[in-house]
Design a protein around this ligand. Structure first.
Ligand SMILES: O=C(O)CCC(=O)C1=CC=C[C@@H](O)[C@@H]1C(=O)O
Ligand SMILES: [Mg+2]
Length: 361
């Protein structure tokens, strides 16, 4: 895991899977502290590596197995060995992301996303295990009070049943007034999303005079077939994340084939991974919503000198980014964790190699 020998840097410029040893030539595993618990985590571990074209990230969540992790690896390798193509825009509007915090913490979280007046939208976590709908309503109300101009979104991560989701969204829609942009994965699965859309229409749950819009997240990124949501009419829009979808190119194809509006979001990536998300958002011909790529603001420390934290509601599309050697050193994991990540990398690589072989056969 030392420096990249100059002689190797020019190899594998086409989409050919680099060997594990080549990936490990310049790889670093870091553990970054989060400011607030998010997705049950207080730290984010990531393997970062440098390919001939720049830095890539491999950071599947700890519980992910090799099959799922292979797509994350594919996305990291794309960043380092293939690149992302030409951007169509230079700046991306960015939403604030509100973890499931009590109302008294809402303001301090919001201010991490830049001047609150400039925040175009806030995505608010709801249906957190151990919390109640009243907790969600209180959080929603406080966000609305502090940023009355902003669009609001609720992300339940599939945490409600169909019977719970309808009254819960009815309540949140009342609090949001006309500002409710959409509900993200309110129930788990694809069919339940389709059923919920009908149930919400029957119940007359709306925002700005139109039926409340539904976004699919897990139903896209964790599904065998990410296009099933679109075929079944289960959502109005899709959330696309570069790592679980296997890279910018594949995510672009999914959006195009789905034919639905798309919101690009992070997978709680370090700023290295966020650069890939920004590259995707920059290539989408139609970008109607602010993107969930401001999550560096949830980190206490990141790997860049200047982490990708939004200002004036925007992030510039950075192209290649360069982690600071000092940050990589300071946040390096223990040798045991490093070995665990290398074993993970090998397992994911094996799955990916088999997949690519199958595609070529
Ligand atoms: O979309 C955003 O505003 C930020 C990204 C985000 O919310 C997520 C990132 C990573 C894991 C997920 O639990 C979560 C999500 O469900 O969208
Ligand atoms: Mg989500």
């Amino acid at each position: 895991m030392d420096d990249h020998p100059a002689g190797r840097a020019g190899r594998n410029l086409s989409w050919q899977l680099p060997e594990v040893e080549e990936i490990l030539v310049q790889a670093h595993v870091v553990s970054l502290p989060l400011r607030t618990r998010f997705r049950g985590q207080t730290r984010r571990e990531a393997m970062l590596f440098r390919g001939p074209l720049g830095w890539g990230e491999f950071s599947p969540f700890p519980e992910y197995q090799a099959g799922e992790s292979a797509q994350w690896l594919r996305a990291g390798i794309e960043a380092g060995w293939q690149g992302w193509g030409e951007p169509l825009r230079r700046h991306i509007p960015i939403n604030a992301t509100m973890p499931a915090v009590p109302p008294e913490q809402v303001e301090s979280v919001l201010t991490r996303f830049g001047a609150v007046d400039s925040i175009p939208a806030v995505k608010i976590k709801v249906a957190e295990p151990g919390q109640t709908l009243e907790d969600d309503v209180a959080r929603f109300r406080e966000v609305r009070r502090l940023v009355p101009h902003a669009g609001l979104r609720a992300d339940a991560n599939g945490g409600w049943s169909l019977a719970e989701a309808v009254p819960a969204l009815e309540r949140l829609a009342e609090v949001a007034g006309g500002n409710f942009e959409y509900a993200e994965q309110p129930v788990a699965g694809v069919e339940p999303l389709a059923q919920l859309r009908e149930a919400l229409a029957d119940a007359g749950v709306s925002s700005s005079g139109s039926p409340l819009r539904i976004a699919a997240d897990e139903a896209v990124r964790k599904a065998e077939d990410p296009l099933r949501v679109a075929r079944l009419g289960a959502a109005d829009l899709i959330v696309v994340k570069v790592p679980p979808l296997g890279g910018v190119e594949r995510a672009l194809q999914i959006v195009e084939q789905a034919g639905l509006d798309a919101v690009v979001s992070s997978a709680l990536d370090t700023s290295v991974g966020l650069a890939a998300g920004l590259a995707l958002a920059a290539r989408l011909p139609h970008l109607p919503y602010a993107c969930g790529l401001g999550t560096a603001a949830l980190f206490e420390h990141d790997v860049l000198e200047d982490p990708l934290i939004p200002s004036a509601g925007l992030l510039a599309v950075p192209g290649a980014v360069e982690p600071s050697p000092e940050m990589l050193r300071r946040h390096r994991v223990s040798p045991e964790r490093e070995q665990w990540w290398i074993a993970r990398l090998r397992a994911a690589h094996q799955v990916l190699a088999a997949e690519l072989l199958g595609l070529r056969a």
